[in-house]
Design a protein around this ligand. Structure first.
Ligand SMILES: Nc1ncnc2c1ncn2[C@@H]1O[C@H](COP(=O)(O)OP(=O)(O)OP(=O)(O)O)[C@@H](O)[C@H]1O
Length: 272
């Protein structure tokens, strides 16, 4: 059974058709990227899966359960974690406290125990930090970290609720090329090891083509192509309406670098 099954999602904002008949599925452990030009409907689709928006029509099923139109908190409770374009953390708290707070919330304990959080779930929090390579800085305040490390902490926070599905909204936005690669490799490794499905939107084509298993291309609210990175890169319509020659070259470079043919791609800008 697919982890996530989205069928015929539709959303209008007044006269604007933001999503039309959007259907796709996602397996556990798989990374699925949604790409497309500005205004294509990526965020709208994402938000209908995460519960921030109610679809006009269509359905969203997670592990066989209909979660269509549930509010974000309930969608989260059903096993959908989320990271944001701008990392969401408590910057004045320490790294480990951030993950402890996530664990407290995930255990439904928030109100009862906030005054005595210090030791609560501390070991579990450290093990999530270990997973993202951040155990060494557990006691540092988040506001002393480099941005790439804050994104890792945000990933640990999302993982703390034991999600089946992770929604990542432009995970590499604002990051340097080296950090982007590291974050995406880490995400892919965690997804595959822990059988978590990852749905992400992204403008950086290097990240998309190097790290996704499949790609959906949205244009004006409709899926115009879907497939493996190589299938999408070779799709004439995708090249015409979105990638262009520059994007196709960026995609090719990313695939080659991924295959180890050209490990020196690091400073090539792939955003379109
Ligand atoms: N809350 C809203 N109210 C009115 N129109 C909206 C709203 N949200 C999105 N839209 C419109 O719906 C369309 C799809 O927007 P959406 O944000 O989903 O695109 P996107 O692919 O995520 O774009 P971007 O890459 O710029 O983030 C756009 O025309 C946008 O202006």
């Amino acid at each position: 059974m697919s982890l996530l099954v989205v069928e015929n999602l539709q959303k209008h904002f007044g006269g604007v058709r933001a999503a039309k008949d959007v259907s796709f599925s996602l397996q556990a452990g798989e990374l699925l990227a949604i790409i497309g030009p500005n205004g294509a409907g990526k965020s709208t689709t994402f938000n209908m899966v995460g519960g921030q928006l109610k679809p006009d029509k269509g359905s969203v099923r997670l592990a066989g359960e209909d979660i269509t139109g549930l509010p974000p908190r309930l969608v989260w409770r059903k096993g959908v974690g989320r990271t944001f374009q701008i990392a969401q953390t408590f910057v004045s708290m320490s790294v480990v406290e951030n993950v402890q707070m996530a664990l407290i919330s995930s255990h439904g304990q928030t109100r009862a125990v906030v005054p005595r959080t210090a030791g609560l779930h501390r070991e579990a929090a450290r093990s999530f930090l270990d997973r993202v390579g951040m155990a060494d800085v557990a006691d540092k305040p988040v506001n002393e970290l480099a941005y790439g490390d804050v994104k890792r902490v945000e990933l640990a926070i999302a993982l703390a609720s034991d999600p089946k599905l992770l929604l990542m909204d432009e995970p590499t936005a604002g990051m340097a090329p080296r950090e982007r690669t590291a974050l995406m490799e880490l995400t892919a490794e965690i997804a595959r090891t822990h059988k978590i499905g990852v749905l992400f939107t992204e403008h950086d084509m290097d990240s998309v083509f190097a790290h996704s298993d499949r790609i959906l291309v949205l244009v004006r609210g409709e899926i115009i192509a879907s497939g493996t990175p190589d299938e999408v890169r070779g799709n004439a319509r995708v090249k015409q309406v979105y990638l262009g020659e520059h994007g196709v070259q960026a995609a090719l470079r990313a695939r080659k670098a991924k295959a180890g043919e050209n490990p020196s791609r690091e400073n090539q800008a792939g955003a379109i």
